[in-house]
Design a protein around this ligand. Structure first.
Ligand code: ADP
Ligand code: MG
Length: 345
């Protein structure tokens, strides 16, 4: 069932500027977790602000459960949209305790109804023993949990999270990611979070929307985004990719790393670029190989090798962490691509 729909939403901050959000159309299902992924300045925060009602679209409509929140002649203010928000800097009230912060959006429950609900939510996020502390007495991860608890307390239909993990250390980030997902799933809350971190989007979200200059380039499952990027921008922004020049022939697409099966009907002689992910490329050391290892990046769980081909073209190959070859090693590189993805040259 659809919870939220954006229909051709456009927002421009100033007439002379290009739109921050440009003709955005998407639908979020009840219970879904959606990530909006894109580089800084691509319109992620503006999109959340349009959904929340902190900004009004210049054109297009924001619809929740069939009711127009914003659109020509319609406006529902933020406090009546039933949306919870976790800001990038958490925005906790410094002079209120944890319990008071969480109870802030629960005025409708009255003096006696607020504390039990606040307690219940603090238990959910594992902070029941911190109820009387102030925000400055908490770690970053704990502050984030309070912000999440405050947003969840009124049981919103939808929760928006703006770069929720960007202020956390790497190990805490992974832990909070899991925790936020568990809490959203357990409460059946629909979530939209924005991030510029591809790994974060992939691990947490059911679907990922990739934004570029205010436009949605692709909205798909993480695996589809990675293996079947719809545009060159998505291919380059999401994960590492090399693009190998290829020529369409009757036998397939001929490249420096062999011939790839062509799944599309194309004009013979057409020049294309074949996308290679580092996990598509393997190599074996060989004194007669025509590739040369020019760089190795140790990533912990893998080694990322850069191989120079005779034409000067470079391709990357991800190998097991313990496989070590020095720079200058001659290799025979091979590409094993299951789904051939090409772009116009
Ligand atoms: P992101 O969150 O993806 O980094 P934003 O939505 O914050 O991107 O910004 C999108 C674009 O709109 C940027 O070019 C930014 O400079 C511009 N912008 C954002 N907020 C304002 C504002 N209040 N006034 C004018 N321009 C803005
Ligand atoms: Mg932002």
């Amino acid at each position: 069932m659809e919870l939220l729909t954006l229909e051709d939403v456009t927002k421009r901050y100033a007439p002379a500027q290009p739109p921050a959000v440009d003709g955005l159309t998407l639908t979020v299902a009840q219970g879904e977790i959606l990530a909006l992924l894109g580089p800084s300045g691509c319109g992620k925060t503006t999109t959340l602000r349009l959904i929340a009602g902190f900004e009004a679209p210049d054109s297009g409509r924001v619809v929740m459960r069939g009711e127009t929140m914003a659109g020509p002649g319609s406006w529902i203010p933020p406090e009546r949209r039933g949306i919870g928000i976790v800001f990038q800097d958490y925005a906790l009230f410094p002079h209120l305790t944890v319990a008071e912060n969480v109870g802030f959006g629960l005025q409708h429950l009255g003096r006696s109804g607020r504390p039990p609900r606040a307690r219940q939510i603090l238990e959910l996020v594992g902070l029941e023993t911190f109820a009387s502390r102030y925000p400055h007495e908490l770690s970053g991860g704990q502050q984030q949990r309070v912000a999440l608890a405050r947003a969840l307390a009124p049981a919103p239909a939808l929760i928006l999270l703006d770069e929720p993990f960007s202020n956390l250390d790497a190990d805490l980030r992974a832990q909070m990611r899991e925790e936020v997902e568990r809490i959203l799933r357990n409460t059946g809350t629909t979530g939209i979070f924005v991030t510029h971190d591809q790994e974060e989007a992939f691990t947490l979200a059911d679907r990922v929307g990739v934004l570029n200059e205010g436009r949605l380039e692709q909205l798909d499952a993480p695996e589809t985004i990675y293996h079947h990027p719809a545009t060159l921008f998505v291919a380059e922004f999401v994960g590492a990719a090399d693009f190998l020049p290829g020529l369409v022939t009757p036998y397939g697409i001929v490249t420096e790393l062999g011939v790839f099966a062509d799944t599309e009907a194309r004009r013979l002689g057409k020049k294309v670029k074949v996308m290679l992910r580092p996990d598509d490329v393997t190599f074996v050391p060989s004194s007669v190989g025509d590739g040369t290892i020019v760089r190795r990046d140790f990533r912990g769980s893998e080694n990322l090798y850069c191989i120079r081909l005779p034409s000067g073209q470079r391709v990357h190959s991800s190998q097991a962490s313990a496989t070590l070859y020095p720079n200058g090693t001659r290799v025979r590189a091979e590409a094993h691509v299951i789904h051939v993805v090409t772009f116009p040259a």
